[in-house]
Write a protein that binds this ligand. Structure first.
Ligand SMILES: C[S@@+](CC[C@H](N)C(=O)[O-])C[C@H]1O[C@@H](n2cnc3c(N)ncnc32)[C@H](O)[C@@H]1O
Length: 193
């Protein structure tokens, strides 16, 4: 079993092994963001990577965006990239984060953590959300043959995992995924109970 710790992720960035990187905000998230009216929502993006969703939020006037990633080399680049922009950038382990958010955006962070951490992820997301706060984003709806990350999953598994802490308002195949992920991801909109 591969160690997927801080060093693992820093090496992936240092070696430009970032196959997950879309180079843009994922279209399903873009569509979701486009219909949000309240620009003051406090929004967290865990395991933000190159933070395309954050760039999109800032470009659209959102004022309370927080991004967090564990990889130091990446976060140093983000700090330069977003210098003087209204965004909070955290170099830290998501599982140690404290705070309170209206919305958490999920984009290939859940699939990056080991499956045995999934329950902890669910509890942590619920803990970080305000009452009625939302977890919105994309999860893979497929299994991967190679040892992850990424680690895959299914609708049935997600339903079982999240239903205790969240109302599962939406858990369905995304209709507007980028081509390589078509039919392979689900869009989720879960509201904290
Ligand atoms: C598969 S990448 C996805 C990056 C980005 N969300 C994207 O879609 O391009 C997973 C990201 O999670 C970060 N990460 C992994 N474990 C983490 C943890 N415990 N806390 C914070 N970030 C973490 C990695 O450094 C990496 O940037």
């Amino acid at each position: 079993m591969k160690a997927t710790d801080k060093t693992y992720w820093e090496n992936r960035y240092a070696e430009h092994q970032t196959g997950w990187d879309l180079g843009q905000c994922a279209p399903p998230l873009q569509a979701y963001i486009d219909q949000l009216e309240n620009k003051e929502l406090s929004i967290l993006i865990p395991g933000c990577g190159r933070a395309y969703e954050a760039s999109y939020l800032l470009a659209n006037g959102f004022t309370q965006v927080t991004i967090i990633d564990i990889a130091e080399n990446l976060v140093a680049q983000l700090q330069q990239q977003f210098e003087h922009r209204p965004i909070k950038i955290l170099k830290a382990d998501f599982f140690s984060l404290e705070g309170s958010f209206d919305l958490i955006l999920e984009q290939t962070f859940f699939c990056a953590i080991r499956p045995e951490q999934r329950k902890t992820y669910v509890n942590k997301v619920a803990e970080l959300l305000k009452p009625q706060g939302k977890l919105v984003g994309l999860l893979f709806d497929k299994q991967f043959e190679a040892d992850g990350p990424p680690f895959g999953g299914s609708i049935a598994e997600y339903e079982e995992l999240f239903k205790g802490k969240f109302d599962l308002r939406k858990l369905e195949k995304a209709y507007n995924s980028i081509k390589p992920r078509q039919n392979a991801e689900v869009f989720i909109n879960f509201i904290k109970k």
